[in-house]
Design a protein around this ligand. Structure first.
Ligand code: BGC
Length: 671
């Protein structure tokens, strides 16, 4: 048995909008295979090798090319990065994936990915280098913002939705396979991991995107248990292609992702990116000298050619350039930002009422902050910053907004919005000559904390808006303020979303996709300088549970302008798994959204976290309305690894609104 926290929510709620991976043109697998074999039989060894590598850097239109053969009419892969928007030229720019993870909304994520894919096709591309499906092992990871969060199940659901949305138009490339969650040493760090942690926690999201039909995967720079990921036969050959039956292509990560031709061939890495260090002339020579069997080359080329045909790259889709940043796409960036922001604290400060005099202050008050400037840096033509967005909302409410520099000048305002947080200088992808790195602390900058305290000292109605890619420890200042909003890096309409949420034109829907501890010592920092790191079973909420530590804000937590009650949890088992039903009522006086979460725990398995997320569903309800929620969990999702997959029989199921607020529980026995 294996664990696949497969996309139960997707199956339930998105059947109508999620399409399968494209069928081969004409729907004829035999025809497709014949075409592949025809091409292969006509290709010289040099031409085969040329399919297996990138074509030296970015083409003029900002796309990375790989393969392609004019003589035989074989199309090239044309790739662009995601995952917050297409990085080739200007594009619709969404909140970073950590923010979209906070939406807990796979249907929306599907639409976001579909839009990115359309914009990529409009720019001549056909492969999107996204999503990132790496478990957030620690919030100080420099690229934390590029993944969806710390929980294996939630990450798999969101990643699978992205893949299926993107693959309505292009090939998606989930990355980085695997265990790539330290930035400063990413090119060389060796991650040692035990089989149980690997199988139960870190690999399932990768498995989920494969099950969702991903046409490509990207290996990681780091090594795992002694082998670089691009040359890791246990990971690529045995698990990805062997156990999981992955039929697409796996490409290396860029420039420093390959080291040894024999290792690459043995692992069955299909494509070397972005240029032929080993898979060009060196591969031809290795075959000619007998060091590499040509059959191995043929296997990879077959995969490459059939992926191109399966996704119809030989008959490029025509998409008007006007779709890029179209009104509809920009509106989706706003919807995404609205659903991503998390209200962490509200002692009556929000929503802001009509007619107020609002002061806005802070180093991030004016310019839009889109996040990292590494490979994921999408660039919109215009991004709405906090001030612009707050002013726009205030205009509808007869409120006045003034930008203030000195804390004492906020004293006369009716309310103050303090916008602080991190920038690309604090966290981001580690690229030589770029600012990105892992974080050294989970705290805000000292100057930000001093500013918050100085404002709160003169104005009781102080609301802090944080822009950052991952967890921020708030304990040093949170008691001094009345409101806190985690806005993440919210994309091109981030300011608009902030204004609408602060003034109550929209309700907060975001929930934390990670745990915020009281103290950064509760989630001890990893050694960002070490080239040998061990990953274990305990990270995020598991780590806190394991150490009997209360979080400041639990995984899944988020307030809104309404309240919810939970009733009547029922669990039934069937051959397929466990079906949960629960009634959730909006008990407040505002329409809103709730993310219903089901956690499973068992004492049958030794040394296990007391509760793991196994299903969630976002629902919307009017005041007083009750929604019957159905959650499905497959038996495989309850398996555990102990030298192979096993099943436990006695489970406690807890249902509620976050990892620590679980008002309903029941037990089940599974034969
Ligand atoms: C990053 C990848 C990215 C690639 C191409 C690498 O350095 O790790 O995530 O897709 O560059 O830009």
């Amino acid at each position: 048995m294996r664990i696949t926290p497969i996309v139960t929510v997707l199956l339930l709620v998105t059947a109508s909008c999620i399409k399968d991976t494209p069928d081969p043109p004409g729907g004829q697998t035999d025809t497709l295979n014949d075409r592949v074999e025809d091409w292969l039989s006509e290709m010289t060894l040099e031409e085969k090798a040329a399919e297996m590598h990138g074509s030296l850097g970015l083409s003029v239109d900002g796309l990375w090319g790989a393969g392609g053969n004019e003589r035989l009419g074989i199309p090239a892969f044309q790739m662009s990065d995601g995952p917050r928007g297409v990085t080739a030229g200007a594009s619709s720019t969404f909140p970073v994936p950590m923010g979209r993870g906070a939406s807990f909304d796979p249907e929306l994520e599907y639409q976001v990915a579909e839009v990115m894919a359309l914009e990529l096709v409009a720019k001549g591309g056909n492969v999107l280098l996204a999503p990132v499906v790496e478990v957030l092992r620690h919030p100080a990871w420099g690229r934390a913002q590029e993944t969806y969060g710390e929980d294996t199940h939630h990450l798999g659901v969101m990643g699978a939705a992205f893949v299926q949305g993107a693959q309505t138009h292009v090939v998606a490339t989930p990355k980085h396979f695997a265990l790539n969650s330290i930035e400063d040493t990413r090119f060389d760090v060796d991650v040692t991991i035990d089989e149980r942690s690997l199988r139960e926690l870190y690999l399932p999201p990768h498995r989920d995107v494969v099950d969702a039909g991903a046409g490509a995967m990207m290996s990681a720079y780091n090594s795992v248990n002694g082998d670089y990921c691009g040359e890791n036969a246990p990971l690529i050959r045995d698990i990805l292609k062997g156990e999981w039956g992955f039929e697409g292509v796996i490409m290396s990560d860029w420039i420093w992702g390959t080291h040894d031709i024999l290792g690459m061939v043995e692992a069955t890495l299909d494509i070397e990116m972005p240029a032929p260090r080993f898979y060009g002339e060196a591969l031809v020579e290795a075959v000619e000298s007998g060091a590499v069997d040509e059959a191995m080359v043929d296997d990879s080329v077959r995969r490459i050619l059939s992926t191109k045909l399966r996704f119809g790259l030989d008959i490029p889709e025509q998409v008007e350039p006007a779709v890029v940043e179209s009104a509809e796409h920009v509106a989706l960036t706003l919807a995404s930002a609205l659903s991503s922001m998390v209200l962490l604290k509200n002692d009556g400060a929000l929503p802001l009422e009509t007619g107020l005099a609002v002061a806005v202050i802070g180093p991030q008050a004016v310019d839009a902050n889109l996040g990292d400037v590494g490979s994921s840096a999408a660039n919109p033509t215009h991004a709405v910053g906090p001030l612009e967005g707050i002013e726009a909302a205030a205009a509808h409410h007869g409120a006045t907004v003034s930008l203030v520099v000195l804390p004492e000048d906020t004293a006369t305002a009716d309310a103050v919005i303090v916008v602080v947080g991190l920038t690309a200088n604090d966290e981001g992808e580690q690229i030589p000559f770029f600012p990105g790195s892992d974080r050294e602390t989970l705290l805000l900058h000292t100057a930000d904390v001093e500013l918050i305290q100085a404002v709160a000292a003169v104005n009781p109605r102080t609301v802090v808006v944080i822009q950052a890619g991952s967890a921020i420890v708030v304990d040093p200042w949170v008691d001094a303020v009345q409101g806190v909003v985690m806005a993440w890096y919210p994309g091109m309409q981030g300011g608009t979303a902030m204004g609408q949420l602060l003034f109550g034109d929209a309700n907060f829907e975001g929930r934390l996709p990670l745990t915020i501890p009281h103290d950064e010592a509760d989630l001890p920092l990893f050694d960002a300088e070490s080239f040998a790191v061990t990953y274990d079973y305990w990270h995020g909420y598991r780590h806190l549970d394991h150490n009997d530590t209360e979080p400041r804000f639990a995984f899944g937590f988020g307030l809104s302008y309404t309240t919810w009650s939970y009733e009547s949890l029922q669990a039934t088992t069937s051959e397929a798994g466990v079906t949960l039903t629960v009634s959730v009522q909006n008990t407040g006086d505002r329409a809103g959204a709730e993310v219903v979460q089901a956690y499973f725990g068992t004492t049958d398995i030794p040394d296990r976290a007391p509760r793991d997320l196994r299903a969630f569903k976002k629902v919307w309800a009017q005041p007083g309305e009750t929604v019957e929620v159905v959650l499905e969990v497959k038996h495989e999702d309850l398996a555990y690894w102990d030298d192979g997959w096993n099943g436990a029989s006695n489970w406690t199921i807890e249902v509620g609104s976050d990892h620590r607020t679980l008002p309903l529980s029941t037990t089940i026995a599974i034969e």
